[in-house]
Design a protein around this ligand. Structure first.
Ligand code: ACM
Length: 268
């Protein structure tokens, strides 16, 4: 499969323009002969990250999948013959707001996730996720989804790996420096490919400040970094790999990183 990331500099509060910027990258990638089967986009890619307050978030959150951002992504996926995993700001039918992610292709919504480990000021507007960590057959691979700060909780990637994920798609808006390096460990300890898609730029809003560190990464199940974005500017990349490499959890010396777990001892 060919998997790619699109590291963006979104304009806050302009979802249509931010979706159009993604569409322009897809067109450029196709024109360059570098189309991906699966594109991972950043967390909250269409809205921006720092909501001034819940009212502003309420105005910018959309229904999944019927809001304009997710339906626009589905249309774009259909036109480009690809799939997306993207972070979106979700307004649930009962009025709760979620920092969510969707997997879509030209047929429609394929998976839906709500960020389990809500980070810092996100707690001002978003409810912690209440959906299981999803693994979906998408673009020729079994794709698991987690969002940004979920990386800091190793149970997240481990749960996705135990559920059969070959590739972990990881929409992000990273503000702490450690994640790109830590994802080497997440890939290695679970024997999976990881595709972290970050953004760049700074948002200063309502007394809050966030600077995003870029460095989107694709990492192989052996911990090898296959692609890395710059820290300070928009970029994109596509890498071709065989996702079934993630099915073999054996190490050269005869160990198996999932089968050899001592679940009998992993308790207090
Ligand atoms: C983060 O979870 N966006 C840091």
């Amino acid at each position: 499969m060919r998997a790619g990331w699109i590291q963006t500099l979104p304009t806050f509060g302009e979802p249509a323009a931010n979706l159009a910027a993604v569409a322009a990258v897809i067109d450029a990638a196709v024109a360059a002969g570098r189309a991906a089967d699966l594109w991972v986009l950043p967390e909250l890619f269409a809205t921006g990250y720092v909501f001034a307050d819940r009212d502003e978030a309420l105005r910018l959150c959309e229904a999944v999948p019927d809001g304009p951002t997710v339906s626009g992504l589905i249309a774009l996926a259909g036109r480009a013959g690809c799939a997306f995993v993207a972070g979106v700001a979700e307004r649930a039918p009962d009025g709760r707001l979620f920092n969510a992610a969707v997997a879509v292709d030209g047929t429609g919504l394929r998976a839906h996730y709500r960020k389990a480990h809500v980070f810092g000021d996100e707690r001002r507007w978003s409810t912690p996720g209440d959906l299981p960590f999803p693994v979906v057959d998408l673009a020729g691979a079994r794709v698991g989804i987690m969002i940004c700060f979920d990386w800091r909780f190793p149970e997240t990637a481990r749960t996705l790996a135990l559920a059969g994920a070959q590739v972990i798609a990881h929409p992000s808006n990273l503000v702490l420096p450690h994640c790109p390096d830590a994802m080497v460990t997440r890939a290695l300890e679970n024997g999976v490919f990881t595709v972290t898609c970050d953004r760049v730029g700074t948002e200063e809003r309502a007394g809050m400040h966030a600077t995003f560190i870029g460095r989107s990464r694709i990492i192989g199940p052996d911990g090898v970094v296959l692609s890395e974005g710059p820290p300070d500017r928009p970029a994109w990349d596509v890498v071709e790999f065989d996702p079934t490499r993630a099915d073999d959890k054996r190490l050269a010396g005869g160990n198996d990183i999932l089968a050899d777990r001592r679940t009998d001892l992993y308790r207090l």
